[in-house]
Design a protein around this ligand. Structure first.
Ligand SMILES: *[C@@H]1O[C@H](CO)[C@@H](O)[C@H](O)[C@H]1NC(C)=O
Ligand SMILES: *[C@@H]1O[C@H](CO)[C@@H](O)[C@H](O)[C@H]1NC(C)=O
Ligand SMILES: *[C@@H]1O[C@H](CO)[C@@H](O)[C@H](O)[C@H]1NC(C)=O
Length: 627
């Protein structure tokens, strides 16, 4: 019962008796056909009800052999071995209804190698649609089911079982499952609609819708731009019965005096977002589609729906009018038209847009009442199977008259060119043309890029910043820079991995820097006699009196009576004095030494004879040894 609205409804009855528009459900069971080809004597055609899970092969057929397992015919437990047919044809596993979820039977069959599953009803009744169980960790397998499943009535099921059991003797039971008529395909244009909700906090059901919008968007836009399809988004609304209009619950969950309501996202009236926040956003999304449609770009709804979920999530507390309006503007849609379309939610009056939604909610023709979220309706028939890109594309493509399928139906290897239009609403640096917009076959994405090895970081919509080494090479990393004459200053430094800082001599936030007036700020040339001259990015200091010189290291002006020439003379005099001093010292040392030499000689001559008074350099010891 997961995707049904009944839990919502039950909840609503408890709190405020909110009523969905089609108060009594009119349900249509979508069918495929089963044609028995062999054995001869039971040939014939039967209906089967398409299950709400797995992937029905819309527009296609599958011929296979029916196998009815000997044991565990309910399929509630894993099968011990893989099933194979003698002829090598695909296996269509026939299982009994009961004891566990339909989806679990299908999953076990898929795991055992079945190409499709037929489930035989256990009671005589009209065919019914097998639903998906409540999503939980225990039912994670649901998403992995990719085979088709269908329910057949009890009588047909019984005869298939009997024949399958006699297969050894009488030959295999061959049937052809056929979905070609499950989807009407009257012409070369497909009309389809998705009943959804802007609430993003309802668990797996909301996550599934968000994931689908994101992944199917590219296909949807190609189909609509090419004129192949017309898509209309729809939103379920509830209303508050007259007697409850003034209750707190109705006032917090409804707009226009109880006419249009949605359940409180957190189911808590005191906290978080209220039901009416959801109704207003649903209304805005309907208006975005209308306005986009009027401007010839109805596909812009897909961008809005995806961007809104990404940028304005409830989880991040951004589910707001301001955020929504930023998204509208970023997509180039006229905001005033959207506001005009939305009207006044406080007014005690009908809202044309939401009233039409309530009328459309009521089933007509081949389509039942819309009571399940999400509901996809293609060519006025409710789509069965999982809400997943390729499964849905297959179903949409089955809606074209044979031979008129667009290229997208034959191949999904295609790119969109949305970045060419207003840069896809993504961030872009005007100076360098660096953009966060990237076209993919699933539609455009806004992601900060890597350019020449430089990584950009940000939300991709309103801001991206270059980070890491090399960032300054590209337009100074988005920081301030200016060139005058031959001088360039930049607020980007490769030494810092992020951010902008004004260089020395400038002040500002790094995105704008102005010259710092060191003179006015008294940062330099502060001495009494100093004279300061500010320059761009620096300063010059001098002294106010002609006979002073400025010493930069000390930030002082030194008084001097000497002229320039006088200084030269002074230096000369000082150096001469120094030179004389050195010469005098050398002379004195020489003299001292000569004096001492002669003194020693005089003393020594008193003790030993000398050959000659003149022979003072002869060694004394030589004479002594010869004696
Ligand atoms: C979108 O525009 C077409 C005409 O261009 C119109 O027929 C259709 O009804 C419009 N759809 C909506 C939902 O307004
Ligand atoms: C950016 O793109 C515009 C338009 O395509 C072009 O005129 C401009 O020269 C480009 N600038 C740079 C830096 O590539
Ligand atoms: C200040 O510096 C500028 C540029 O270097 C120069 O043109 C100007 O004459 C200087 N002013 C004084 C008072 O020194």
């Amino acid at each position: 019962m997961d995707r049904r609205m009944w839990p919502f409804l039950a909840f609503a009855v408890v709190v405020a008796a909110m009523v969905p528009m089609p108060a009594l459900g009119r349900f249509v069971v979508e069918k495929s056909s089963v044609r028995v080809l062999a054995p001869e004597h039971i040939r014939g055609h039967h209906d089967a009800a398409i299950g709400n899970f797995g992937v029905p092969d819309y527009g296609g057929t599958l011929t296979g052999v029916v196998i009815y397992p000997d044991a565990k015919a309910t399929g509630c437990a894993e099968f011990p071995k893989k099933f194979k047919s003698k002829s090598g044809r695909p296996v269509i596993l026939l299982l009994d209804r009961g004891e566990c979820y339909f989806a679990l039977k299908s999953w076990n069959a898929q795991e055992a190698g079945a190409a499709a599953v037929l489930i035989a009803d256990s009671v005589d009744e009209q065919l019914l649609t097998m639903d998906t169980p409540e999503a939980s960790p225990a039912t994670e397998y649901i998403d992995k089911i990719n085979i088709p499943s269908a329910l057949v009535n009890r009588a047909f099921g019984e005869s298939l079982k009997r024949m399958a059991e006699k297969a050894e003797a009488e030959g295999e039971v061959v049937v052809k499952l056929d979905w070609r008529e499950s989807m009407p395909h009257p012409d070369e244009r497909v009309e389809y609609e998705l009943w959804t909700n802007s609430n993003d906090e309802c668990g797996p059901r909301c996550d599934e819708q968000a994931a689908f919008v994101k992944s199917f968007r590219g296909h949807a836009q190609i189909l609509e731009r090419g004129g192949y399809a017309r898509f209309t988004p729809h939103y379920i609304t509830w209303y508050c019965p007259e007697a409850f209009k003034l209750t707190r619950q109705c006032q917090s969950q409804c707009i226009n005096h109880g006419r249009y309501c949605a359940p409180d996202p957190e189911q808590d009236f005191g906290a978080g977002y209220e039901g009416k926040d959801v109704v207003v956003e649903n209304l805005r999304q309907l208006c975005v589609h209308r306005v986009a449609n009027d401007t010839g770009r109805p596909w812009a709804w897909w961008d809005y729906a995806m961007d809104y979920k990404l940028r304005c999530s409830m989880k991040e507390k951004k589910y707001s009018k301001t955020c929504a309006e930023d998204v509208v503007t970023s997509l180039g849609l006229p905001l005033e038209k959207v506001l005009e379309c939305m009207g006044d939610p406080e007014a005690d009056a009908e809202n044309a847009v939401l009233s039409k939604e309530q009328v459309d909610q009521i089933g007509r023709g081949s389509r039942g009442d819309v009571t399940i979220l999400p509901t996809l309706v293609i060519n006025d028939v409710q789509y069965r199977g999982k809400l997943e890109r390729t499964a849905v594309l297959k179903a949409v493509c089955a809606g074209f008259k044979e031979g008129t399928e667009p290229h997208v139906c034959l191949s999904d290897d295609i790119e969109t060119n949305e970045c060419l239009h207003r840069n896809g609403g993504c961030w872009q640096d005007k100076a360098t043309n660096v953009t966060a917009c990237r076209d993919t076959y699933r539609g455009r994405v806004c992601e900060c890029p890597v350019v020449n090895g430089v990584q950009y970081e940000g939300d991709g919509y309103t801001h991206c910043k270059a980070v890491g080494p090399g960032r300054c090479a590209l337009n100074h990393g988005g920081c301030w820079s200016e060139t005058r004459g031959e001088r360039t200053f930049s607020a980007c430094s490769d030494n810092a991995l992020t951010g902008c800082r004004c260089p020395a001599g400038f002040q500002g936030d790094g995105h704008t820097c102005v010259d710092l007036d060191e003179c006015k700020e008294k940062l330099a040339c502060t001495c009494a006699d100093c004279r300061c001259n500010n320059t761009w990015g620096s300063y010059e200091c001098g002294c106010s009196k002609g006979n002073q010189i400025y010493i930069r290291g000390e930030d002082v002006c030194i008084a001097s009576s000497m002229s320039r020439f006088g200084w030269l003379v002074g230096i000369l005099v000082v150096s001469c004095a120094a030179g004389l001093g050195v010469a005098g010292y050398v002379f004195y040392k020489y003299r001292l030494r000569s004096y001492m030499d002669s003194e020693i000689m005089a003393i020594m001559s008193q003790y030993m004879p000398l050959d000659s008074q003149n022979n003072e350099h002869q060694p004394l010891r030589q004479h002594a040894s010869e004696a």
